[in-house]
Design a protein around this ligand. Structure first.
Ligand code: ATP
Length: 301
């Protein structure tokens, strides 16, 4: 790897606190700070922390962010193609109907799909069960140059696994530290981790589930087990709070995004992703050939 490439790569291992963040237009403070974890008990799910504009302004900002994201994603891809080691991983967690799919469509959909490694994590398959819970996660990590997107993640192993007692407390209890150690290694290898918890209110979830039962174009999204999980709301709240309290680290901090207003959740995630990519300070890779000589060869060809 060339000197310039290795020095670029070393930037990725910096903590996200290493630069003075600047608030983008429309934000009273940087999204990264406005959305840092707060006690879920007091969270207003229809609030828009840090955002001073209305819905129309948010939608305009989302479109503007999309253009910037698209260019940075291409630079990241080019960097990966040129021997760079950096990548970005967006981890999306949230209860059913919290809008994870909409984030993928409306935010990730703004960049070239060739540069995205998307993976959703459902109930582990028989093959996956034969391995440690982090095995399938490790296998899905973004390669250099890619934006990885996890729709659910290893956090299910301290959320659904804890709430539904899929493993004993002494097993899930150790996982918080294991996850921190795992993520620290992933970050040190060049992956910027952006973790987002989409938090929808019980009332809004009910309205979204009702819609799924009312519209024929939404039936496919409805799963009767969603109602069973909904009944465990307080236990999930507690499990989410433990995740935020125990796995928000300097290298991989959590962001809590109130998700009752879809337009805000989409803007917030796009801003977090854009700020993370901007912080990588990506440039176009220099040519690995003599441009002048190649131009001359082309003219003669
Ligand atoms: P979603 O609800 O995310 O839109 P979906 O309803 O289409 O997705 P799947 O993606 O097939 O369903 O699976 C999601 C389900 O898998 C969730 O109920 C989640 O709790 C469960 N799940 C994910 N990871 C695990 C895990 N490690 N152990 C047990 N269950 C898990």
């Amino acid at each position: 790897m060339s000197k310039s490439k290795s020095s670029q790569s070393s930037k990725s291992s910096k903590s996200s606190k290493s630069k003075k963040p600047k608030a983008a237009r429309g934000w009273a403070e940087p999204a990264d700070l406005a959305l840092r974890p707060q006690p879920l008990a007091g969270l207003e799910c229809a609030s828009t922390p840090g955002w001073t504009g209305d819905r129309a302004a948010a939608e305009a900002q989302l479109a503007a962010n999309g253009a910037a994201l698209s260019e940075l994603q291409e630079k990241l891809f080019a960097d990966g193609r040129s021997g760079g080691t950096r990548s970005v991983l967006l981890v999306l967690q949230g209860m059913d109907t919290s809008g994870k799919g909409g984030i993928v469509r409306h935010v990730i959909g703004q960049v070239d799909p060739q540069g995205v490694m998307h993976r959703s994590f459902g109930v582990p398959t028989d093959a996956e069960r034969k391995h440690n819970y982090l095995w399938r996660i490790r296998n899905a990590l973004p390669r250099p140059g890619y934006i990885g997107v996890f729709d659910r993640s290893h956090y299910e192993d301290v959320l659904v696994a804890r709430v539904n007692e899929l493993v004993p407390p002494e097993v899930w209890g150790k996982r918080y530290e294991e996850i921190n150690a795992f993520e620290a290694k992933v970050a040190a290898a060049g992956t910027r981790i952006v973790k987002v918890a989409l938090v929808v209110s019980a009332q809004e979830q009910k309205a979204r589930l009702r819609e799924r039962l009312t519209r024929k174009d939404k039936f496919w999204k409805y799963n009767p087990s969603d109602i069973d999980e909904r009944a465990k709301w307080p236990a999930y709240r507690e499990a989410y709070q433990a995740v935020l309290d125990r796995t928000s680290t300097d290298t991989a901090p959590w962001h809590v995004v109130p998700a009752d207003r879809k337009w805000f959740a989409r803007l917030a995630v796009s801003q977090l992703l854009l700020d993370a990519l901007t912080d990588l300070d990506l440039g176009w890779p220099p040519p690995s050939f003599d441009v002048k000589a190649e131009k001359a060869r082309l003219e003669k060809a």
